[in-house]
Design a binder for this molecule. Structure first.
Ligand SMILES: Cc1cc2nc3c(=O)[nH]c(=O)nc-3n(C[C@H](O)[C@H](O)[C@H](O)COP(=O)(O)OP(=O)(O)OC[C@H]3O[C@@H](n4cnc5c(N)ncnc54)[C@H](O)[C@@H]3O)c2cc1C
Length: 278
């Protein structure tokens, strides 16, 4: 199938992009890398009247280390550049698992976060490190934590006239990443990001619910007992998820894999994957 017809507009600034969205009255969509949107349009699962291309908006493509503790990603940073950057090892590793070369060359950080696929690597890392998302709208810029930003499968708090301009990703002191997928490049069946940031543990699992999953109980166990609590934390996380059966595996299989891949990510983290090291 081919997309339904739409008006294509190129924005030259963030203000222009959000104004076009506002004028479209809910019938406009941003296009960044197009790696998720174009298939959705081609299948006619969405029929926006206006597509706003933000690829020419200046200032959205930088990877900026802020203070040695956080990296700011402009919304147009391509996945392939995340692999090459030396500041944030967890991001670099996670980006390697995104799709194939062509997808990583075009797909953007802002697009992946906005699309909010529950199995996508960047939303999982964002939720794991307590990222801050910068969102611009006609009335200015607001900030929101990643945990609050994702509200459901493919759902976020983005209003119809808002766009992501940047994501601040805190840099873990230690991290681990483990993904189970049928073939390299497929979306993960279970994806786990573990991070220790300034003495505080976070573990986030994707692919097992509508939004990236974190367990306060498991993180408290790790904060109190470190690597001694690793197996127990993995069991607590597996018990806390609510996966469903699908063509790729049963809920029971996903729960078992969640426990195993959480254990692997935590083992990696406690064994010493540090900061920019990948
Ligand atoms: C075959 C295939 C395999 C893939 N495998 C994976 C995978 O394993 N892991 C993974 O994470 N992803 C995967 N992807 C998706 C890919 O990573 C996308 O690039 C990414 O999800 C969306 O980024 P994009 O820049 O292409 O966004 P687009 O496709 O341009 O847009 C996606 C959505 O986000 C909105 N949007 C885009 N940018 C912004 C912004 N700045 N502010 C607000 N809204 C915005 C659009 O309006 C649209 O609704 C795959 C895609 C394909 C086609």
């Amino acid at each position: 199938m081919k997309p339904a017809s739409f008006e294509y507009v190129t924005a030259n600034s963030v203000a222009e992009a959000t104004q076009i969205l506002a004028n479209a009255n809910g019938d406009g969509k941003i296009i960044a890398g197009g790696q998720s949107l174009i298939p959705v349009l081609a299948l006619r699962m969405s029929r926006p009247a206006v597509l706003v291309d933000i690829n020419r908006v200046p200032g959205l493509s930088a990877i900026t280390p802020l203070d040695g503790q956080t990296v700011r990603l402009g919304a147009l940073v391509r996945h392939s550049r995340l692999i090459e950057q030396p500041h944030h090892g967890l991001l670099a590793e996670a980006a390697r698992w995104i799709g194939h070369t062509a997808i990583r060359s075009r797909g953007t950080s802002g697009g992946s976060i906005a699309h909010a696929d529950p199995s996508a690597e960047l939303p999982i890392v964002a939720a794991a490190v307590d990222a801050t998302i910068h969102v611009a709208g006609p009335s200015g810029v607001r900030q929101q934590s990643a945990q609050e930003f994702f509200t459901g499968a493919l759902e976020t708090t983005l209003a119809e006239d808002e766009m992501i301009i940047a994501v601040d990703m805190p840099i873990p002191d230690r991290w681990g990443f483990a993904e189970l997928s049928r073939r390299h490049g497929d979306f993960g069946l279970v994806t786990v990001a573990a991070a220790e940031i300034r003495g505080s543990w976070r573990v986030c699992v994707g692919g097992v619910g509508s939004v990236p999953y974190r367990s306060a109980e498991a993180e408290e166990l790790l904060n109190n007992s470190g690597s001694n609590a690793l197996t127990q934390a993995a069991a607590v996380i597996a018990a806390g998820i609510n996966p469903s059966d699908d063509i790729h595996g049963s809920a029971e299989y996903r729960r078992a894999m969640t426990e195993e891949f959480t254990r692997r990510a935590l083992l990696q983290a406690t064994a010493g994957n540090e900061k920019g090291m990948t």
